[in-house]
Design a protein around this ligand. Structure first.
Ligand SMILES: [Zn+2]
Length: 466
């Protein structure tokens, strides 16, 4: 039995469970959510819920009516309710609808100069492709070296050499120059030194494989190995299913905070205050995982199991976003991102050698959630989940259960199609919004438009799981 620090006095068998369906929703950008909900109310409610029949044409007509409910690229949150999950991830705060070359005459000279530098032609081509220009810039007193991924008169997205994405207005850039070499990641040693300097001597940083993990000084360093183990499991799992995975461009960073309070403080410094009950998150903006030690340093505690679950979920997000399974900079449907991470939580997935059978691959927590949700599940729920992320805010636990169930079904029954679908998503244009109709088309382009048949097969598969 254990008591969660956010719910003193509440006891839960084995693991920390809260069960607040709204948990995590505060992570979501409030203004965006409000606007989206209001738009949905105004534009979609009069026409009722999604069409009941599995009729793609009707779905598309419905979605066309609801077109103002756009999927805001890079502004989706990824709340992970502790009841079925324990973490959260998010995306950078806003989208960039116009990725065009700015016109100098309408820009102030220094903005034009800055944009001119970042838009300059690539350096010499190599076998691996053109070298990306490297610029150095002062952003609010911090020197940043990186390469611009997109730019406009109002916004620049700069990928730094430590893997962090900077989003700023060109007017705020100071003291910038183009460097003679092309863009490359900092070495693991340089990132490690940077991380140590940032966190101070209360932390140790251990490097194992692709990972750099910072944890409270003095603790046995089992953290880094756990992250790297998950990375290797992920690699094996997808390689045997025909996925071509990329080697991460940047060292993968995870930070283990010694306490819940320091974890909250750190997340606030990153610009996203967390709701209560969140144990960890992956941020595609910083490309880091942050979590805290739920056991308070007691290695023998059974609560280490919760640490391990958090690592699995967040490292799955991080690995997927760094090996090309997902794109950090394109709009990725929440159901696909969260579905994959929840699939990985099952021992038969992240440790298939020791747990080789189908029952081992079932995420028991999500299956229980699915079975509770099944009785009030509506027709057309699949289309709704695939075409928009709204259900993750309005009925979070059910959305997680269905995202897991659909991902699990597709991985078990149509792994090649599932791989093709993820590859299609990962290749979407960066920093662009994706409408609901486009999201649905991304799915039907791989799996076909016969949702009636798909749903029948899906429900039969799920109903037989024990
Ligand atoms: Zn997640």
């Amino acid at each position: 039995m254990a008591t969660h620090p956010d719910a003193p006095g509440r006891k839960f068998p084995g693991k920390f469970i809260l069960g607040d369906p709204q948990l995590g929703s505060a992570v979501y950008d409030h203004a965006v959510r409000k606007e989206r909900n209001e738009t949905r109310r105004q534009r979609c409610r009069p026409s009722g819920a999604f069409p009941k029949r599995h009729n793609p044409a009707a779905m598309l007509r419905h979605l066309a009516r609801c077109e103002p409910v756009r999927v805001l690229c890079l502004s989706i949150a990824c709340p992970k309710p502790i009841a079925r999950d324990s973490s959260t991830a998010w995306f950078p705060g806003r989208s960039q609808p116009n990725i065009t070359m700015p016109r100098g005459r309408s820009m102030r000279p220094f903005v034009a100069l800055f944009v001119g530098i970042i838009a300059s032609a690539p350096l010499a081509a190599s076998a691996a492709g053109p070298t990306r220009p490297l610029i150095e810039v002062d952003l609010n007193g911090q020197r940043v070296e990186g390469t611009a991924l997109s730019w406009s008169r109002s916004s620049v997205f700069l990928l730094a050499r430590d893997g962090r994405l900077w989003d700023f207005a060109p007017q705020t850039a100071r003291d910038f120059r183009k460097l003679p070499t092309g863009f490359t990641s900092y070495s693991p040693g340089a990132v490690r030194a940077q991380l140590q300097a940032e966190l101070g001597n209360r932390f140790e940083v251990t490097g194992v494989g692709h990972y750099l993990v910072a944890y409270p000084a003095g603790q046995r360093s089992q953290w880094a190995q756990r992250f790297e183990d998950l990375y290797r499991s992920f690699l094996i799992y997808f390689s045997v299913r025909g996925f071509q995975l990329q080697t991460p461009e940047f060292p993968l960073i995870a930070i283990v905070m010694p306490s819940h309070a320091e974890f909250l403080k750190y997340s606030a410094q990153e610009g996203k205050p967390l709701p209560a009950g969140v144990l960890g998150y992956y941020s595609p903006t910083t490309n880091r995982v942050a979590l805290y030690d739920i056991t308070d340093g007691e290695r023998s505690s059974a609560a280490w199991h919760t640490n391990a679950e958090t690592i699995i979920h967040e490292a799955t997000h991080q690995t997927a976003f760094n090996t090309g399974i997902h794109s950090r900079f394109a709009s990725q449907p929440r159901w696909a991102v969260e579905g994959l991470a929840t699939v990985f939580e099952a021992p038969g997935v992240w440790n298939s050698r020791a747990n080789p059978n189908l029952p081992d691959r079932i995420n028991r927590t999500q299956l229980r959630g699915w079975q509770q949700y099944r009785s009030h599940r509506r027709d057309g729920a699949l289309v709704e989940l695939i075409s928009a992320d709204g259900r993750f805010n309005s009925s979070t636990l059910d959305a997680y259960a269905e995202a897991w169930a659909l991902s699990f079904f597709l991985l078990e029954k149509q792994p090649r199609d599932y791989a093709a679908y993820l590859q299609r998503l990962a290749a979407l244009p960066v920093f662009e919004e994706r409408t609901s109709a486009e999201r649905l088309a991304d799915f039907t382009g791989v799996f076909g438009t016969n949702f009636r048949l798909l749903e029948a097969r899906f429900l039969r598969f799920m109903d037989e799981l024990r």
